[in-house]
Design a binder for this molecule. Structure first.
Ligand code: ATP
Ligand code: MG
Length: 258
């Protein structure tokens, strides 16, 4: 199978699992995060000198948990650990058994999740190379992604939704430009862009949570882009910004300038 095709297939499987997961209402407890394999993964990152100590949890999200950790030099890094063994996933595993759409997934949950951490790592790289501000990826191992910590020693940077913007127009334009750079240079659409997946640090937006980002050639890429634009417009309208027409933004993001 050609590489692009394999990537797309993997992407499809990951999207399917993710969508199903969203309907679940179980929330993971901290104790469930560090199953045996994850512990081994953390141990490996420690022996490799990527991290030294886990400091504190930053967030418990729908697909993973983010922790602040320190590297051997005492520098903070962010560690995102994807869930592998939750009640939710066990329920899904049962549910997808015998469902043709999920062929090949049953029993390989762990592999899919590992591929997901890998995918987020590569998406972060592509976006950074394209000039989009994201947390620099440092390393991934199995279901664990290590990236640059965004924040100060007093705590992680706040989400865009939680800040009072001094120059909301400027932030709005930067985000539109990031969508454009992502689309044109990284050939990616974020596909879950909103004020919940943008950090605000040193008065500038930083895009996070890019595991689900899709290639622009993905069949639903344009729909995802419209949804991203609508989310951003909705948020900035609520912040009294004179927002632009969605078609206008869509053209700017997708059309190559002469
Ligand atoms: N590099 C980072 N530096 C500091 N904080 C971070 C970093 N990456 C993520 N976070 C924090 O962790 C939270 C969850 O990260 P992310 O959105 O990537 O995961 P998620 O599994 O999608 O979680 P959620 O369901 O909350 O969106 C973010 O909202 C942010 O507050
Ligand atoms: Mg998120």
């Amino acid at each position: 199978m050609p590489r692009g095709e394999a990537y797309e297939k993997l992407e499809h499987k990951i999207m399917a699992l993710r969508t199903t997961d969203r309907t679940g209402d179980e929330r993971q407890t901290m104790g469930e995060v560090f199953d045996k394999d994850t512990l081994l993964g953390i141990y490996k990152l420690m022996t490799d000198g990527v991290i030294d100590t886990i400091e504190y949890p930053i967030s418990t999200g729908k697909e993973g948990n983010v922790f602040a950790a320190k590297d051997p030099h005492g520098k903070l890094v962010a560690v995102k650990i994807y869930r592998t063994s939750t009640a939710t996933f066990n329920r899904i595993a049962r549910y997808i058994e015998g469902d043709k759409r999920f062929q090949g997934i049953t029993g390989s949950r762990r592999r899919v999740i590992m591929a997901w951490a890998n995918k987020e790592f590569r998406n972060l790289q592509r976006l950074e190379d394209a000039g989009v501000k994201v947390p620099t990826p440092i390393r991934f191992h199995r279901n664990i992604l290590v990236m640059k910590y965004i924040g100060t020693k007093d705590g992680p940077a706040p989400l865009l939704r939680d800040v009072e913007l001094e120059d909301a127009e400027d932030t709005y334009e930067i985000i539109i430009n990031y969508m454009r750079l992502a689309y044109q240079k990284a050939e990616l659409v974020h596909a879950d862009l909103s004020e919940f997946n943008i950090l605000f640090y040193r008065r500038k937006p930083i895009i996070i949570d890019v595991g689900q980002a899709v290639l622009t050639e993905h069949v639903n890429a344009k729909d995802f882009l419209y949804r991203d634009i609508d989310n951003i417009n909705r948020f900035f309208r609520s912040r009294a910004v004179d927002i632009r027409d969605r078609e206008d933004i869509f053209r700017e993001v997708t059309e190559v300038r002469e």
